[in-house]
Design a binder for this molecule. Structure first.
Ligand SMILES: *Cc1c(COP(=O)(O)O)cnc(C)c1O
Length: 334
């Protein structure tokens, strides 16, 4: 794949590690060999997947002459944190619109990512009710900034448009290169599936390098059919942009929705177990909203015998651990 045709900043420091997880594999019965791709170790304050996407989105903003970035997310959004971080680094103002998806969940003095928004000097935070039209809210903010003489640029939630998702096509190519180097044959890749850019980018990148490794997403909010359609649509758009000739087949986009629990960002028992198990066996810190629920899915699929004995399964760790500090009570209760 040729990424050089697109504006791109250099936020990566080379490939993120792929590590084996022998203790976790053993704790789950030892039939499946688990590996982890450490995108939690990506640069950007606190790490996580949005750095790959922002390489392209912020480059596009700079190319268009922007001096202010507007984006949106939930009240503990990692995407908002990383957008604030890279904006700070680039000398851009950052404005956040936060969606209170769980009523009463926004607290100005909350820990976790919320505290980091402050530290990273975001210029404004507006909190809107769950279900608000976030693009309309961001456009309103953009109009106000433009009227004040600024040049605003809107990055959609999760940076999950075709520009941002390209960062995960890069990741798929990087992963395949590492696996070839390691002589490691992976049978299946598991990724969290949220605003869909990660899942779509991985699917398109895998097709683009003809890697042939099946990728499954674990949902964090939506039902299976709804999420699969969102990922599929974004994949088609990205495949077109990158000129991936094979395209993406609808049946290649697979999501599991059994691990969402009562809803987005709401803790589940299996998430708490997954976060504790990864910490105790591999000293890997997951997060309560995304990687914790995706790992709960991975663990359940291993226990259910979804993967044939002897399989090598790679888990994409998308980061998010700063959010743990906003959920300490959840883990201390369990
Ligand atoms: C945003 C996010 C995800 C989900 O990625 P999408 O591209 O939005 O699907 C997963 N994990 C973490 C930690 C995130 O912040």
């Amino acid at each position: 794949m040729n990424f050089t045709k697109f504006p791109r900043r250099s936020y990566l420091q080379g490939p993120t590690p792929i590590e084996s997880m022998p203790s976790l594999s053993e704790a789950l019965g030892g039939d499946v060999n688990l590996y982890i791709k450490r995108d939690d170790l990506l640069p950007g304050s606190g790490g996580g997947n949005k750095t790959r996407k922002l390489e392209f989105c912020i480059a596009d903003a700079l190319e268009k002459g922007a001096d202010a970035i507007i984006t949106c997310g939930a009240v503990q959004s990692n995407h908002a944190r990383l957008t604030a971080a890279w904006s700070a680094k680039e000398g851009l103002d950052c404005h956040l619109i936060l969606e209170e998806r769980v009523k009463g969940s926004y607290k100005t003095d909350a820990s976790g990512n919320n505290f980091l928004f402050e530290l990273l000097d975001v210029k404004s935070i507006a909190v809107v009710a769950g279900g608000s039209d976030m693009m309309a809210e961001m456009s309103k903010k953009a109009d106000a900034l433009a009227a004040a003489g600024k040049k605003p640029y809107i990055i959609p939630g999760g940076a999950s448009n075709a520009i941002g998702a390209m960062g995960y096509a890069v990741c798929a190519e990087e992963t395949m290169g590492q696996l070839n180097e390691m002589r490691l044959a992976i049978d299946h890749i598991i990724v969290p599936s949220g605003s869909a850019g990660t899942h779509a980018g991985m699917a398109v990148g895998m097709a683009g390098v003809n890697g042939g490794i099946p990728i499954s997403g674990v949902n964090v909010s939506r039902p299976k059919d709804v999420q699969e359609e969102i990922v599929y649509k974004l994949s088609q758009e990205l495949a077109e942009k990158l000129g991936v000739k094979s395209g993406i087949a609808r049946e290649d986009i697979v999501c599991f929705d059994q691990y969402v629990g009562p809803g987005y960002s709401l803790p589940t028992e299996s998430m708490v177990e997954a976060v504790k198990l990864f910490a105790r066996t591999e000293a890997v810190l997951l997060d309560p909203v995304y990687s914790g629920k995706a790992a709960a899915g991975l663990i359940d699929l291993v226990r259910k015998g979804h993967f044939p004995a002897g399989s090598n399964v790679l888990f994409l760790h998308t980061g998010g651990s700063p959010a743990l500090y906003a959920y300490m009570d959840t883990f201390r209760q369990g």
